[in-house]
Write a protein that binds this ligand. Structure first.
Ligand SMILES: O=C(O)C(=O)C[C@]1(C(=O)O)C=C[C@@H](O)C=C1
Length: 487
């Protein structure tokens, strides 16, 4: 029952981010239509778009902290209502001042959604934060689908506002689903119930250090992506003298890399890889790839590196960083999400301004700033890893436990595969009217264990384990026989 509820909860939350992905580009994708409707130049539309950033910057910290106090569901629902007002309002308004207000509202909606959703996913049992990584995939899907919808609508000469309304209606339907769903228990409430004490004071220095490092990482991980996506196409045409098409394709390659990276990181986290190590390795690779992009001078190498850079910089490492951050301050996950993304918004606000100025000197210089950002990100990760050891004080057998986690992962996968094979044997035995029990075959299996396991005591244990497995297989086969189906 609980699993079913959580499955629906996850679906609703991912659908929100699909809509949010659309929200991120719906204004830029409709700039001409909006400027006509508002009777303003394109520059005004661009100014209105910046309102989203302002809303985000100011709302993250406040909403994140409040989400710890008043619960995740309330904030997600509020975010959805605000987003709906944004979409429907944008469709109808003809006044750019109202549009600016709506854009700020969209920024606040974004913060409310993030402040509620990221902590919720961290509070879902047994997820290891991997669910948060898929948020990125849902957003990319939204960003992929929206231009197609707009293109189709333009082909049939439809009114631009219809897409805004359609997205708003999806949100309302999703909100009706959300209201009926239960959320996992919040960490703070759990902690209170168990009367858990806070971290020891003597490690508070390291905790403050970590807090700062991870905040900087919130900035640098976002800056790394923003700078690349903003400038790579121009860098391709102006510096590498690539054709327009090939230069635009650099960004598509980066997006493909990003989605691939999300899937890769999702799988790796499920296999209990150390998240901090993963973030550090990915950032180290981003640094090397940026070096190649800036200094190889070869458009083919730059294309390949853009694809790989999508994996390492935009495959969800930012979200993994946030997961680590949240797990260090379990009672303040909402607040932490707020702070982390405030730094991210600061990057999306400052990087275009800084690089805009630098671009007047040279485009090569602009891209080299990303090399420095990648290096800083990598250094933050290394320092973070070091500080975590001080704060976490991991058990001396933590490394072994991680290895055991990986082994268990494979044992379970292999066991499932074995059960599927014995079920197939069961069906064939039924067709040929053979007995389920095959003592000779079981003896062969036991003899192999005799040969393979040198230690006599372990050998006996292995045999017992195997007998249990075989018994389970036989039960399955008997079930096939009796019911004509697989249990
Ligand atoms: O090999 C078979 O005949 C099977 O049905 C598989 C299996 C097993 O689990 O390995 C199960 C039952 C038999 O008694 C022997 C072996």
């Amino acid at each position: 029952m609980e699993n079913h509820n959580y499955f629906r909860l996850k679906t609703v939350l991912y659908l929100n981010y699909l809509v949010h992905g659309m929200g991120l580009i719906i204004l830029t994708q409709n700039m001409n239509a909006l400027s006509q409707s508002w009777h303003t130049p394109l520059a005004t539309v661009s100014y209105v778009i910046s309102g989203v950033g302002i809303g985000r910057l100011f709302a993250y910290y406040v909403l994140g902290s409040l989400s710890d106090k008043y619960g995740r569901k309330f904030f997600i629902a509020t975010g959805m209502v605000m987003y709906t007002i944004f979409f429907i309002g944008m469709a109808f308004t003809t006044d750019f001042r109202i549009a600016y207000g709506l854009a700020i509202l969209a920024g606040i909606a974004n913060s409310a959604l993030d402040s509620g959703t990221y902590p919720t996913f961290l509070e879902l049992k047994g997820e290891n934060g991997s669910a948060n990584i898929l948020i990125k995939a849902a957003m990319s899907l939204g960003e992929f689908v929206l231009p197609i919808l707009i293109g189709l609508n333009e082909t049939i000469k439809g009114w631009y506002g219809i897409i805004f309304i359609l997205v708003g209606v999806i949100l309302v339907a999703n909100l009706l689903m959300l209201i009926r769903l239960q959320f996992p228990q919040q960490t703070q409430l759990r902690a209170n119930a168990n009367q858990q004490s806070a971290q020891p004071v003597k490690r508070s220095g390291a905790r403050v250090g970590l807090f700062m490092i991870l905040s900087f990482y919130g900035y640098s991980s976002m800056a790394l992506m923003i700078l690349f996506t903003q400038w790579i196409t121009l860098y391709g045409t102006e510096v590498l003298h690539m054709s327009n098409m090939a230069a635009h394709f650099l960004l598509s390659l980066y997006s493909i890399g990003s989605i691939t990276g999300v899937l890769l990181i999702f799988v790796l986290l499920r296999r209990s890889i150390n998240p901090m190590k993963l973030v550090a390795v990915m950032n180290g690779l981003s640094f090397l790839l940026m070096l190649m992009i800036c200094f190889s001078g070869n458009s083919f190498i730059v294309s390949i590196c853009s694809l790989l850079f999508g994996v390492t910089a935009a495959g969800g490492v930012m979200q993994v960083g946030l997961n680590v951050f949240g797990s260090l301050f379990p009672e303040k996950k909402g607040k932490i999400t707020g702070i982390f993304f405030s730094f991210g918004s600061l990057a999306s606000f400052t990087i275009p301004i800084i690089t805009g100025m630098l671009s007047q000197i040279s485009l090569s210089l602009v891209l080299r700033v990303d090399v420095v950002i990648a290096l800083l990100s990598f250094i933050f990760c290394l320092i973070g890893q070091h500080l975590m050891l001080l704060v976490d004080h991991p058990a001396p057998y933590e490394k072994e436990r991680r290895q055991i986690n990986r082994i268990d992962y494979w044992i379970i996968r292999l066991l499932n595969r074995r059960f599927r094979l014995t079920q197939e044997i069961g069906i064939k035995k039924l067709e040929q009217q053979r007995d389920v029990y095959d003592p000779e075959r079981e003896q062969v299996i036991m003899d192999r264990i005799d040969r393979q396991v040198a230690d006599t005591e372990n050998r006996q244990y292995c045999k017992e384990i195997y007998q249990t497995i075989i018994n389970r297989s036989k039960n399955n086969q008997i079930h096939v026989r009796e019911k004509g189906q697989i249990k």
